[in-house]
Design a protein around this ligand. Structure first.
Ligand code: PRX
Length: 709
């Protein structure tokens, strides 16, 4: 695989804010040494009710041995995010500029909205929220398809100081119920349903179930459910509209249509000025114990950081049309569909559908239709699409994509083959690819390329380097690593994020003992100081926040990812080193899935490991130990698969469920997951198993591998 460097082309450089690596280095240095000046310049573009006071913008403690961990940025300042995204842009002359081109699931459904119109609708909805008793600090849950109302709702919350918590609409009613109650949401905003491809999803029904489950299982009552009547206005995919209403309940006391909330409401709504450190939103992410973590982001720092990363990482200019394919239910959707583009007065595309409907060229035809200049998507999508184009199918022609300048990648490692395809077939060897590493917790990009500045490397160099086990407790080089296996079975492992820290971010590589590795080397990715956009705490769980992110290496934020620094100083993310899985860019914990499998009364124990997958990056491989005397059969596999879909969501469905007579455990009862990973890929080189309580179980597990695995 190529270790060649690809230099940014003139096509990119001539527009770039940072046209050379030297410029990046100078600015990066300044962001650390003159941090306050650096962020003052960013802050000057925004409107403040109380301006940030010079002298110690950033106050923090990362060292748990010295007291509680905290991060405060521009603490005494006051502002409103919604005002800065909408009113400020309208005042600056962008009222008639398109904020979003909305493209529906069907190519026949599309619309556009200007900054002024968006402001009107946000104010109207904000007034509607106020009229229904929602106030500053209240939590509003959002379970929505990719429609403009999702953005309007998030911004209306920001306008009145309410805290939104968006739950990805692929989550099941169980998962939604858990989040509704953990967040103590007063209100749930949803849509009756939406079409994705040829399937209709009835979100209101999931919400009905979730509200009921929140009440019965968690004793939490959601006061109200607001519903966008979306299905009536889009091209039906087959089902009769009159039948749709029978698919969900309507509770006259608690349910209300979105358009009725807007009725009679003024389009003027004075913003609620909030403190810089007031919460803007909570977003749940998977935790390794299985219980989701409510990541809290606050106001000023998140806004500054989102705005700055968007500008430099995508090199956004006023006439550009930017498109991020992420769903608003994930952090990428929050920061790079909603907050960051609007903070830059950008014009974006928002897409409701799937890349395969009506045909597999949908992404490329949308890029062509709106003349997209920056395109930001996940490697899974690229891998899935490139498979269609790599077969000899004369019907698949690519439309003109010459508007493109910057291509982004996010969520998981992009393998060299996918990188090269993206670079040549989509970018036509003229565009820069920015591989952006970040997390729900980081708020925005933290390690990334910059389009005009960073020469790009599509793949890791051919040389061998250690790979690490999936456990924070046992982080050490893997023994007996076979590079052939790496290439054949683990395409991802050679595909690391390639990049440099964004401004204000100070990454370090630590070894197991917490000693810094300088120069080339591999270890834990940690950050030595906060940046404005990072999370502030976990919702009502400061202890867990400190335990998860700050206890392993006092003084550092620990990402949970491994990293390697190469000879040129590039950082390559080597993947999670805790028990997390990344399926198609969706992060989930092994414990979460194991908990669901073990909730079936027939199951005595379950263990889940990731298995490399050509398209999804990783797939779930589950080992299930049944209770004495019970039979393992296809029906059980079906039931367990369904159970995971019901309890978490379809995206978490296991690829393989294997019957396990027992699990490989140490004498102290710890499951040795590295052995399970080997079994999942059929690799008999399991290394030393003498520490197992029953080494014989390994052979039995190999013999029990299902034929399709
Ligand atoms: O393991 C890293 C992986 O995704 C994790 C964060 O997941 P989440 O909080 O859901 O946010 C995803 C979108 C920002 C990270 O800990 N990850 C994210 N981006 C990359 C990545 N791994 C490799 N390369 C990336 N560009």
């Amino acid at each position: 695989m190529s270790s060649r460097m690809y230099k940014p082309t003139d096509h990119v450089i001539k527009k770039s804010y940072l046209p050379s690596i030297q410029k990046y280095k100078e600015m990066y240095e300044r962001s650390l040494t003159e941090s306050e000046l650096f962020w003052t310049e960013v802050a000057q573009e925004f409107q403040w009710h109380v301006a940030p006071k010079p002298g110690g913008f950033m106050k923090y403690n990362f060292d748990i041995t010295k007291g509680r961990v905290f991060v405060k940025f521009m603490e005494e300042a006051e502002l409103n995010v919604c005002y800065n995204l909408l009113d400020r842009n309208v005042k600056n002359g962008f009222g008639d500029k398109i904020a979003f081109f909305w493209e529906g699931n069907s190519p026949d459904d599309y619309t556009r909205i200007t900054y002024r119109k968006l402001l009107d609708l946000v104010c109207q909805f904000a007034n509607g929220l106020l009229a229904k008793g929602i106030r500053k600090g209240d939590r509003v849950a959002v379970y929505m398809p990719m429609i403009l109302e999702a953005v309007i709702c998030m911004l209306a919350c920001a306008r009145i100081g309410a805290v939104h918590t968006v739950v990805f609409a692929g989550f099941s009613s169980d998962a939604l119920a858990e989040r509704l109650s953990d967040a103590k949401a007063k209100l749930l905003v949803t849509a009756d349903g939406a079409w994705r491809g040829e399937r209709m999803y009835v979100y209101k029904r999931t919400c009905d179930d979730a509200i009921e489950k929140a009440r019965t299982f968690f004793k939490h009552r959601v006061d109200m459910c607001m519903v966008v009547n979306h299905l009536d206005r889009v091209t039906p995919g087959g089902s009769l509209k009159s039948e749709i209403k029978d698919l969900y309940n309507w509770n006259e006391e608690t349910d209300i249509w979105w358009h009725e909330v807007l009725e009679g409401e003024s389009n003027i709504c004075p913003p609620e000025w909030v403190a810089a450190e007031d919460p803007l939103f909570v977003l749940y992410t998977s935790g390794s114990t299985g219980k989701p973590k409510g990541v809290v982001h606050t106001t000023a720092g998140y806004l500054m950081y989102a705005a700055a990363t968007f500008r430099y990482v995508f090199d956004y200019h006023r006439r550009d049309v930017y498109w991020c394919t992420a769903d608003v239910g994930w952090i990428t959707g929050h920061t790079y569909v909603v907050y960051a583009p609007l903070a830059n007065a950008a014009t974006s595309v928002m897409f409701e559908g799937t890349p395969y409907f009506p045909k597999v060229d949908r992404y490329w035809s949308i890029i062509n239709k709106y003349k997209v200049t920056q395109f930001y998507t996940a490697p899974t999508a690229i891998r899935a699409l490139m498979a269609h184009y790599n077969v000899e199918d004369g019907n698949l022609t690519m439309p003109d994509l010459s508007s493109l300048r910057v291509l982004g990648s996010v969520g998981e490692p992009i393998n060299p083959a996918a990188w090269l395809w993206y670079y040549t077939r989509i970018g036509k060897e003229r565009c820069s690819i920015v591989d952006t590493f970040w997390q729900t917790e980081t708020g925005g990009h933290v390690i990334t390329g910059l389009p005009g500045a960073t020469p790009m490397k599509p793949g890791a160099a051919e040389k061998k380097h250690p790979v690490y086990y999936s456990s924070m407790d046992t982080f050490r080089p893997k023994q007996g690593w076979d590079r052939t296996v790496m290439i054949v079975h683990l395409p991802n492992k050679s595909n690391r994020t390639r990049g440099f820290p964004f401004f204000g971010v100070e990454p370090k590589i630590l070894n197991e003992d917490g000693v810094e590795i300088e120069g080339p080397g591999e270890g834990y990715l940690v950050f030595a100081r906060p940046w404005p956009g990072m999370m502030r705490t976990l919702l009502e769980d400061q202890d867990r926040f400190e335990r998860v992110y700050f206890s392993k290496f006092p003084g550092y934020y620990c990402t949970g990812d491994g990293v390697r620094r190469d000879e040129d100083g590039y950082l390559w993310i080597t993947g999670r080193i805790d028990d997390m899985l990344n399926v198609s860019g969706h992060l989930m914990s092994t414990a979460e899935v194991e908990g669901v499998l073990a909730s079936d009364p027939r199951v005595s124990e379950a263990a889940v490991v990731p298995k490399p997958h050509e398209v999804k990056g990783e797939a779930l491989y589950c080992f299930v130990v049944l209770k004495e005397g019970l039979q393992f059969d296809a029906d059980l596999v079906k039931t367990l698969t369904l159970l995971v879909r019901q309890k978490i969501g379809a995206f978490a469905a296991p690829d393989t469920i294997q019957n396990a007579p027992g699990l490989p455990k140490t004498r102290s009862g710890k499951i040795m997951r590295r052995i399970l990973r080997k079994i999942a890929v059929g690799d008999h080189e399991v290394g030393d198993i003498s520490t197992l309580a029953d080494p014989g179980v390994v052979e039995e597990l190999f013999n029990n591998r299902p034929a399709e695995a």
